[in-house]
Every structure is written in C-alpha cells, then in structure tokens.
Design a binder for this molecule. Structure first.
Ligand SMILES: N[C@@H](CCC(=O)N[C@@H](CS)C(=O)NCC(=O)O)C(=O)O
Length: 210
C-alpha cells in the first residue's frame, strides 16, 4: 500500500495511527501542502479533491477520506478492532469522529483558512476563526463522552474516536486553544499517546517533518 500524506495533516495522522495499530506496512509518499503539491497533476487522479490522505491499495485502487480509509482497514484487518461490535456504541463512536472530522477539522483546515485570507482577512482574524472553531467543537466532544468509561474515549481500548481526537488536540495546541476544561479528552489523549502506535504517528516523528 501507498499512503500519501503530509506530516502536519491531521487527516493523514488518523490513518498513520490505524496502520500502526494494525501492524500494517505502507510506503509513505509526501505531498507538501504549503507548496500546493496536493493539487499537482500527477496526484489529482489519486485524490480528485486535491487533499491528503489517499491510500493506494496493492491492486491500484485509491481510497480517500480518512474516516472511510480507517473503516476499510478495520474491516479488512479486524485485529485490533477500532469499531465497537454493539451498533449503538458504533454509532456513538462514528458520531464523535464525525463531530471532529466534519465539524471541527473541515471548518479550520488549510483550504478554509487560505480562503479566509484570500477574502482579505488578516492573520489575527484567521487564527481566531480556527481557535474558536476548535474550542467550541472540542467542548462539545468533551460532553459527548462525559458518561463513557475510560481511559480511551469509549472504554478500555482505542477506537476511531481516539484516532480523530489525538490529531485534533495537536491542532488545538497549534492555535493556542486552552484544553484544561477538557479532562476527559486529555485523559483519552494521554492513554493513546502512551501507545507507540499513536506516538510514532505524531507529526514530529515523520520523515517530512520540518
Ligand atoms: N475530510 C478529509 C479532510 C482531508 C483534508 O482536509 N486534508 C488536508 C490536510 S489535513 C489537506 O490536504 N489540505 C490541503 C488543502 O487544503 O489544500 C479527510 O478526512 O480525509
């Protein structure tokens, strides 16, 4: 398999964690987002959205969208399971992951921040947009798992929810979001980062890190 990513891409970070947890090898290819390499003509056939990640399977099939990729890996390599067997818990895990991927990350990713700058907003305004989006979204995530047992988001083992949470907390710190009122999220992050599968997927550990 080939994984197209970028060290600071939180969506690629999710897939790196899944590959590590499942002990799967992939060749890593990098697309430098600040140089626009995700929109190069040689990459667009792989991901017509011009985004990372993309996972290219052995038969050449290209998969896009990190949550879909993680669920594909979970279905084809079920050990360890990243989705609960119980349908209600599975729906709650998906809801948590989508709350991050669709309603936090998608609103503060590079493409959106670049558009805000192109519309004439200054750096302070753009950073405030990202900060407020993340702070408000993560506060809701804290409430979503308040009644769940830990130490991970949903119980004693990592799920798709933790794969979404850890990269989003990394982003939160880039935008100086204060996380002290999010003890449940911080506990799940600490439990996750104690596992090499998570810590080795961290942006600063990637070969293209700057
Ligand atoms: N929902 C997508 C998000 C992908 C995404 O936004 N990727 C970012 C990096 S985290 C990207 O490639 N940005 C490039 C750009 O905005 O031009 C997923 O989960 O895969």
């Amino acid at each position: 398999m080939l994984l197209y990513g970028y060290y600071r891409s939180s969506a690629a970070y999710r897939v790196r964690i899944a590959l590590n947890l499942k002990g799967l090898q992939a060749e890593h290819r990098f697309r430098h987002l600040r140089r626009g390499e995700q929109r190069s003509v040689d990459y667009l056939p792989t991901n017509p959205q011009g985004l990372v990640p993309a996972l290219v399977l052995e038969d050449g099939t290209a998969l896009t969208q990190s949550l879909a990729i993680v669920e594909y890996l979970d279905e084809t390599h079920p050990t360890p399971r990243l989705m609960p067997a119980d349908p209600v818990q599975r729906a709650r895990v998906r809801a948590f992951a989508q709350a991050i991927a669709c309603e936090i990350h998608a609103v503060q990713n590079l493409k959106i921040l670049s558009r805000l700058r192109a519309l004439g907003h200054d750096d302070a305004t753009v950073n405030a947009w990202a900060h407020d989006t993340i702070a408000e979204g993560l506060a809701a995530c804290e409430a979503l798992i308040a009644q769940e047992s830990g130490p991970f988001c949903f119980g004693a083992r990592p799920t798709l929810a933790d794969l979404a949470l850890v990269p989003q907390l990394y982003n939160a710190r880039r935008f100086n979001v204060v996380t002290t009122a999010m003890p449940r999220l911080l506990a799940a992050e600490a439990a996750s980062l104690a596992m090499p599968a998570f810590s080795e997927a961290a942006p600063e550990r990637q070969p293209d890190a700057e």
